[in-house]
Design a binder for this molecule. Structure first.
Ligand SMILES: [Zn+2]
Length: 337
């Protein structure tokens, strides 16, 4: 099979499109033909060596595809030809967190495309319990946007307890998780105030339902936006360092600050006094649980929302997709084998 193989740590050019052996299918595993694979910031961290992996390696935590072969001891739930989506968390299945459906809290949690080869390939072998049947209402491309970005977004909204009518300040609004948060917060009838570093994105963010769009770092209102509310109920962030001070400054007493990434930096100086005096909750979020993905798929049956896909690339152009991820984009980037 062909794959976009990461030959070693480096820039996008470290990804080379070439033949690799199709992996063997274990007794409780399933061989999938990959139809669409998502590109995530995590892939960049692995590619540049921040998360070391053995090389050569195949990235890709987001996989939608068709079953081609099932292992000899598979459950019988899936058959060749079935359309499926893969939950990317490799959890132990036995600890207290796993037994309670909180896989993202499993101490031995690994990730598809990090601890084992992922979806930047024509074929992938995955443990059968990771599979979800794909509803006919969901395309392969829409589905491949969900596992990391949308599951993370759903998990963040749950962790932060975002409810109907609440005001949410969203940093990093144009990225994969950012657009997922914008769309999914609205499903909870929250009011979203989006912060971006790219002024040209304002029109599209407003069209996607943001109540206002504000330019970092001063949070200046962009065209068509009313001034920011004095305080908000929750901050949702994937930037890290750049969002912390302006985000905390806007939170009401008892507000929640949830973040799932540190793309602008991870080491900060923090005054702890207002955190306790104003009873602020700071919530770290990583991936989501199987239940979050189930909810997203079920919700797609009800209509009314679509994952936001910015652009697709042929699998052979994975390096170009990585360059695009590190530039301006609005929504998910996908690879199509
Ligand atoms: Zn576990």
């Amino acid at each position: 099979m062909h794959a976009a193989v990461l030959e070693g740590p480096g820039g996008p050019e470290a990804l080379s499109y070439r033949e690799v052996p199709t992996p063997p299918v274990g007794p409780r595993e399933v061989l999938l033909r990959v139809r669409a694979a998502g590109v995530n910031r995590l892939d960049v961290w692995i590619r540049n060596g921040t998360y070391p992996v053995p090389f050569p390696h195949v990235l890709g935590a987001d996989v939608a595809g068709e079953v081609e072969q099932v292992g000899t001891e598979a459950s019988g739930r899936f058959a060749p030809g079935d359309r499926v989506l893969v939950y990317p968390g490799l959890s132990c299945g036995a600890c207290a967190a796993c037994r309670q459906g909180q896989e993202s809290f499993c101490e031995s949690l690994g990730l598809l495309g990090r601890e084992r080869w992922g979806g930047y390939a024509e074929r992938i072998v995955v443990p059968e319990p990771l599979l979800f049947p794909l509803p006919e209402t969901m395309t392969f491309q829409g589905a491949a946007a969900l596992p990391v970005a949308y599951t993370t977004a759903e998990h963040m909204l749950s962790r932060a307890g975002v409810r109907s009518g609440e005001r949410v300040l969203l940093f990093g609004a144009t990225g994969g998780v950012g657009t997922a948060l914008l769309l999914r917060a609205q499903r909870r009838r929250a009011r979203v105030f989006a912060v971006t570093g790219s002024p040209t994105a304002a029109g599209e963010l407003l069209a996607m339902g943001a109540e206002g769009v504000y330019l970092r770092p001063e949070l200046t209102p962009l065209a068509g936006s009313s001034p920011l509310p004095g305080t908000v109920d929750a901050v949702l962030d994937s930037l890290g360092k750049e969002a912390l001070a302006p985000g905390l400054a806007r939170l009401r007493k008892g507000g929640r600050y949830a973040y799932c990434g540190v793309t602008s930096g991870n080491v900060v100086t923090l005054d702890l006094r207002p955190i306790y005096a104003r009873q602020i909750s700071i919530l770290g979020c990583f991936l989501g649980n199987r239940e979050d993905l189930r909810v997203l798929l079920e919700d797609s049956l009800n209509g009314g929302w679509e994952p936001r896909v910015h652009r697709t690339f042929p699998l052979s152009e994975a390096a170009a997709a990585h360059r695009a991820l590190e530039g301006a984009h609005l929504g998910k980037l996908l690879l199509l084998p």
